[in-house]
Design a binder for this molecule. Structure first.
Ligand SMILES: Nc1nc2c(c(=O)[nH]1)N[C@H]1C(S)=C(S)[C@@H](COP(=O)(O)OP(=O)(O)OC[C@H]3O[C@@H](n4cnc5c(=O)[nH]c(N)nc54)[C@H](O)[C@@H]3O)O[C@H]1N2
Ligand SMILES: Nc1nc2c(c(=O)[nH]1)N[C@H]1C(S)=C(S)[C@@H](COP(=O)(O)OP(=O)(O)OC[C@H]3O[C@@H](n4cnc5c(=O)[nH]c(N)nc54)[C@H](O)[C@@H]3O)O[C@H]1N2
Ligand SMILES: [Mo]
Length: 768
């Protein structure tokens, strides 16, 4: 059975603006989830895939990285947006060689990501060569030969291997091994654009780049902060965990410029009460902070905690923990002794009394967790903001005890696992030494390019071969127009993909699209039959994932097979590494991983246990901190917040409820009341008036960074409850406005939530 793709693209004139909602999920979530599945894949395929989702022996949801419960699993262990992710992948719509013959690149370049992605799953490998106007079919053998020749024809560091976070552990491990066998550490990944700031803050302060809590801790916390995160849309299953925390008497503080529906009330669609009742109220306190002012807030909280400690010694600081396990508290205490409340209130847009109330909640809590996501990682001073969070957690000893810790909530379903497997442009010496000893290769020691460096390398003509393991680099990164132009000068681009996207259209001089199996597809064309992959979630739990749906085409190859065949075509069949065997039997990859990576001993055996296994986490397991000084570190950062030039506002970019990064499931940002279009700027009405615009005005947006400007045309201003001075737009439309030099210091993560913008009337409107 084939299903026809929608032929209509987005028409922004149809945009509808309604009222933002104050609760998330409920019955609508169930209806939407099933509706999307059935439209894409039909009833039986939808039922088969959804009932296996996040079950033991089932498929790990290709949506977010939130963990599954270790205990009892519900029949439906997924959320609305997980169901949409599955519908998107299990679709019966197909993109065949006929599709590519019918649509030229010139035509595809006029389409939005919505149209491209909705055409369906790619069925055959295709190629486009210099002078061609269309992609056309190529055999797998010829495709791999072309890759091998191109890589061999250039120097190692002119090859770049990008990874998007859906790639499973085994594929990621082989992929980084391939890059290092060639002689490069050019392994940028989506994490560079995402939680890199978290790793940059956590590694030097607590000695591990990952979170320190388990799902059980979320249930048991006395106080949870949800900062810079929109869980109702991006991690909906987190809402059940927050509701459990509330049921156990815990309190929640939400810190966000926007009153996101999922922060306030959750109607759990898994329970009858959630379907028809009033739901669970979540946030006890909502700090509607200005964009980029969290460092000021956390410094103020630190000040208040220390003030209370002065008043009643021993009432706040966990002295035993601090003395035994940390360094630097004296300098931290000195730095936070004084505070300028006038500046703090102006920077944050919060009142002192509100901050004091939250400080009291912290003082009263014996187990606090601070959760965060991109609202904190994509600003110039992000790393310092996150270090300030660590200061607060250290002060009260919130590590290695139940219900306490740091919780960066990761994005892509295996982005954390990919990093564990060595997908990193700055690998540690111990890791390289270990793979060298195991495989008999000599890995390069020079650090490679991250995502931002890669954009620069494109612009400066320093890339000959770009391989993209999933993802959509052209739209995910900054400076869209410049990047798209530069990508087209690369000698060969190789896209290992499931669906068409913009990066395929803005291709290199020669380009290959290699269609691969997704998470939900059965992977059984191997001598020993069906193979199983593994993933690591946001809380360091490693477990299996396997698909059971019949792939839409017999020509799809699994990711480990694609990597192995690229390696053989490049390095030769007699290479010191036996790529072929590993790609036929993934147990062999895991055997090697178990010998290379700490925490993976007996990988194969432990993976087969009921819940998989949890990787070692010294702060959580034993209150030990593997920093260079063997202790956790308090840090001192100067006060810093965003101050746009005169006449400008701060723009943050975010996801709608109906997209997965650059993939648009649909056009309904239900919780924010925006539908049928995406080119909007959410603005405080008083700011709009002050700038001379009415609600609904059409504007062109100009962003400024260090004297240079970028422009994106035709956005609609929508009056919205966002703080003064702060506006919001959707990613990726706003990426055209992003200067690639605007990054977080230390982590080099793009400042996607820190642009300075102003507006001019859009001319069509002005001339009416
Ligand atoms: N359905 C769905 N799920 C997803 C994704 C998806 O696209 N769709 N993407 C996945 C990926 S890769 C990731 S990384 C995660 C992203 O998950 P999120 O981080 O939740 O993603 P964003 O949509 O960028 O939302 C950022 C939130 O931070 C707030 N914010 C912005 N600036 C600030 C600030 O300065 N301070 C504070 N306190 N808050 C701020 C915004 O108002 C918004 O609520 O989600 C993952 N899950
Ligand atoms: N302005 C702005 N820009 C941002 C962000 C932001 O908040 N604001 N967020 C950043 C973040 S957090 C991230 S993670 C990046 C996302 O950047 P990416 O990870 O590069 O982008 P995605 O949109 O997730 O990739 C979608 C593509 O992946 C392919 N795909 C899907 N499933 C599979 C699979 O199973 N295997 C393979 N091989 N391919 C598959 C499909 O072809 C699809 O078109 O964007 C970043 N860009
Ligand atoms: Mo992400």
């Amino acid at each position: 059975m084939t299903r026809r793709a929608p032929i209509k693209d987005i028409n922004e004139d149809n945009l509808v603006v309604g009222k933002p909602k104050t609760h998330a999920a409920g019955l609508t979530a169930v209806v939407v989830a099933l509706d999307r599945g059935i439209a894409q894949a039909g009833i039986s395929r939808t039922a088969r895939s959804l009932l296996r989702l996040n079950q033991r022996d089932g498929t790990d949801c290709p949506g977010c990285a939130w963990p599954e419960s270790q205990g009892h699993r519900k029949t439906a262990e997924f959320c609305e947006n997980g169901a949409k992710a599955v519908a998107e992948e299990s679709t019966l719509r197909t993109v065949t060689p006929e599709f590519w013959a019918e649509h030229s690149i010139a035509e595809l370049a006029t389409k939005t990501e919505y149209w491209l992605g909705n055409q369906g799953r790619i069925t055959h490998p295709v190629v486009i060569r210099p002078g061609d106007t269309h992609y056309s079919q190529i055999s797998w053998n010829d495709a791999f030969e072309l890759i091998g020749e191109s890589i061999r024809a250039t120097t190692p560091d002119r090859n770049v291997f990008y990874t998007s976070g859906r790639t499973a552990n085994e594929s990621a491990f082989l992929y980084q091994l391939f890059a290092r066998s060639i002689g490069t550490n050019n392994l940028p990944d989506c994490s560079n654009m995402c939680h890199e700031s978290s790793g940059s803050a956590l590694n030097p302060t607590i000695g591990i780049g990952k979170g320190t809590v388990s799902l059980e801790d979320i249930h048991r916390a006395e106080l949870i902060f949800v900062v810079g995160q929109n869980p109702g849309t991006n991690h909906p299953r987190m809402l059940s965990a927050l509701a459990d925390c509330k049921d156990n008497g815990g309190k929640i503080v939400a810190v966000n410029p926007l009153p996101e529906a999922g922060l306030f009330n959750f109607k759990d669609p898994q329970t009858p009460k959630g379907l028809i009742g009033n739901g669970t109220n979540l946030a006890d306190e909502f700090l509607q902070i200005k964009v980029g002012a969290d460092l000021a807030l956390f410094q103020a909280l630190g000040h208040l905690l220390l003030e209370e400690e002065e008043r009643v010694p021993g009432s706040v600081i966990d002295h035993e923990f601090v003395n035994a396990n940390t360094d630097g508290i004296a300098a931290y205490r000195a730095a936070r002794k004084n505070i300028d409340w006038v500046e703090t209130e102006a920077a944050t847009g919060l009142e002192r009394a509100q901050i004091e109330k939250v400080a009291q909640m912290m003082i009263a809590s014996k187990a606090t967790i601070i959760c965060w996501a991109l609202g904190l990682t994509q600003q110039p001073h992000s790393v310092n903001t996150l270090k300030e969070i660590i200061n607060l957690l250290l002060l009260q000893g919130n590590f290695g005890k139940p219900g306490a810790g740091a919780c960066p909530v990761r994005g892509h379903s295996n982005v954390q696992g990919d990093r564990t497997m060595g997908v990193w442009e700055k690998p540690k010496e111990s890791f390289l030494a270990s793979i060298d000893a195991e495989f008999g290769i000599e890995s390069p020691r020079k650090h490679g390019l991250d995502s931002v460096d890669t954009v620069d390398a494109f612009v400066n003509n320093n890339v000959d071969v770009f391989v993209s393991m999933g993802g959509n680099f052209a739209l995910a990164c900054s400076d869209t127009e410049l990047l798209e132009g530069a990508m087209q000068r690369v000698g060969l681009t190789v896209h290992v993909s499931t669906k068409p996207n913009r990066s395929h259209v803005m291709h290199g001089r020669t380009s290959l699209i290699l269609p691969t199996l997704g998470r939900t597809d059965t992977d059984d064309k191997h001598p020993n039959g069906r193979q199983v992959l593994s993933v690591e979630d946001s809380m360091s739990v490693v477990r299996t994932t396997q698909g059971r749906l019949e792939p839409v085409s017999e020509h799809l190859l699994a990711e480990p097979v694609i990597v192995a065949r690229m390696a053989i075509a490049t390095l030769g069949a007699d290479h010191v590494i036996d790529w072929k065997s590993m790609s036929e039997d993934y147990d062999l990859i895991r055997d090697r991983i178990s010998r290379v990576l700490p925490g993976f001993a007996d990988f194969n055996a432990r993976l087969k246990t009921k819940n998989g296994f949890v990787l070692p986490n010294p702060p959580r397991d034993t209150r030990s901190f593997a920093t260079d000084i063997g202790k956790a570190r308090f840090t001192v950062s100067p006060l810093e917040y965003l101050t746009p030039p005169a006449g400008h506002l701060i723009l943050q970019t975010m996801r709608s409820h109906d997209q997965y990064n650059t993939t648009f499931y649909g056009l309904d940002d239900r919780y924010r009341g925006i539908s049928n279009g995406r080119r909007v700027i959410l603005i405080n009405e008083e700011d709009a008036i002050e700038m001379g615009f009415a609600d609904g005005a059409m504007v062109d947006v100009i962003s400024t960074f260090q004297g240079s400007e970028r422009r994106a045309d035709k956005f609609r201003l929508v009056a919205y409850p966002t703080p003064r001075g702060c506006v919001a737009a959707y990613f990726p439309e706003a990426n055209a406005l992003m200067h690639r030099e605007l990054v977080a210091r230390e982590s080099n993560t793009p400042g996607y939530k820190a642009m300075s913008v102003r507006f001019v009337p859009h001319l069509e409107t002005a001339s009416v």
